[in-house]
Design a protein around this ligand. Sequence first.
Ligand code: ZN
Length: 285
Amino acid sequence: MTPATRVALHLLSVGRCRHPEWVTIRGGGLRAVEFPALVALIIHPTRGPILYDTGYADRFHAVTQPFPERLYRWVTPPELPPDERLLTQLAAHGIAAGDISRVLVSHLHADHVGGLRDLPRARFSALEADVAVARSTSALRMLLRGVIPALLPPDFAARLDPVDARPVRELGAAWTPFARAFDLLGDGSLLGVPLPGHAPAQLGVLLRTTDDEDVLLAADACWSARAVREARRPSRLAGFIFDDWARYCATLAGLGEVSARQPGLTIIPSHCATTIETWQARRRP
Ligand SMILES: [Zn+2]
């Protein structure tokens, strides 16, 4: 199955952090590389603007002042230049915060959910295994899973629509080992593909753009296009923050197989500066 309804897709970098390259990809150099935080702005023909993740927000600094949350900032110190703020970039597209009706949440790490509280009318779609950790009563336990509860809106649970309850669609042999997807809106336009390992479930989204390009938004299932192309894992050190290293490796290998079978498919990792810049450059007027 391929997506039935075409959507417009814009890629926004909403903040960034820097890591030594060797941490992010095996065989990488000592130099620090930029790790942009991706927000995909999806314009659906009838449902309007929908976001895939929300990147960083200024509140990250406030909520990581106290311990133990400050540890998160030490591990991944982010920058958010004013012109990269989510609401600023949405405004440049003529979109107000209240226009966003839905956010597809890949997983609950801070660089993906930082802006949820800025979107007062949005409902959220996420996989159950990823949001289960947010129900923990232990802030430390959540932090160890990469989740900062203060970033989530107080009514997060009430605004959540579980992806696992959506109708299942068979993707076909070209997508093995990702055989099945969830029809996120019910019209076949946005297909949710679980990409487990980095987080317990992690929601990838398959869509077809108005340019007839098939795209898989892959969050942190791979940290660069090169990692998929060359089957290169991150450093085992980075793997310590992953939910399940073996599942991560299986998902990364699966993306490599799918990519080899489907040369026309564009896989978009959330933190690959090259992929995001190439995409933006191709669409610049
Ligand atoms: Zn991330």
